[in-house]
Ligand binder design. Sequence first.
Ligand SMILES: C[S@@+](CC[C@H](N)C(=O)[O-])C[C@H]1O[C@@H](n2cnc3c(N)ncnc32)[C@H](O)[C@@H]1O
Length: 302
Amino acid sequence: MVGTAQPNTGAEGVEGGIGLTALMVAAARAIETHRHDSLAQDVYAEHFVLAAPVSAGWPVRTQQVPDGDANPLWGRFARYFGLRTRVLDDFLLQSVHAGNTRQVVLLGAGLDSRAFRLDWPPDCVIFEIDTEHVLAFKHKVLGGLSATPKAARVPIPIDLRADWARALTAAGFDTAAPSVWLAEGLLFYLPNAAETYLIDTVDRLSTGGSALAFEVKLEKDLLEYRDSPIYTSTKHQIGIDLLSLFDGGPRPDSAGDLASKGWSTSVHTPFDFTRQHGCGPLPEQNDALAGNRWVFANRPRP
Ligand SMILES: C[S@@+](CC[C@H](N)C(=O)[O-])C[C@H]1O[C@@H](n2cnc3c(N)ncnc32)[C@H](O)[C@@H]1O
């Protein structure tokens, strides 16, 4: 294992620990899908939420939330996930087309249904890495819907604190061909050493023309804003204490590390994209989103 063992072993699947956060994001995507001004469409999201006993009572439509968009969890935080989904959908599709890339790796894929809902170029392969129990739940729900992926889909059940690079290459990932990588809502749950290993591994397995997007929280903000309405409402309404799930150790400077390895990087706040799309969260006082950054990195061709 890379880094200190966390309480979450993945054995709880989506029913608890970090795995449960995958259901929270799915519920947010379900709500986003049915908004009149939706930024992203995910028709599978609500099926995940309704299939798990722990989340079957959560809202999957704004109309089911008594205070609607004023609710910090199902309003503003869900909007954040909707915006993030849209921005990263666009990043992935633009990257595969611009780089003539046919390999996509979703790190901590959770209940991301992009393999099923985005229009991938022919011959594209989507590798999905997450824990065994999360991927088993996903398989069961999608199987029940007879959902058909729009690209070849290769689930890789493995802990990202283990030697996942070997599992990925054994599953057919080609290090000689360009790739697009995504770590959405993942890195702040990993120990420092596992994040460093992840970034080093993406660098090692990526040829010129490859791209990576990931989300981080600035270290100074990671455990700040403890009483932010986003954190307190998530804890009180659905029992997820995000602050206790985040790895509390010092964070590596992953964007800086990639830049030093020759990648070109750009770092954005989510609010940059709110302004671009005309909807999404804007800065507030005491804001759990203040330290979130979305990083986009490209490895130049030789
Ligand atoms: C907040 S969810 C995000 C899921 C997905 N990327 C999305 O945005 O919908 C975090 C995911 O990371 C996965 N995860 C966290 N730590 C992990 C680890 N050590 N190994 C594998 N997966 C992990 C969890 O199981 C969960 O599915």
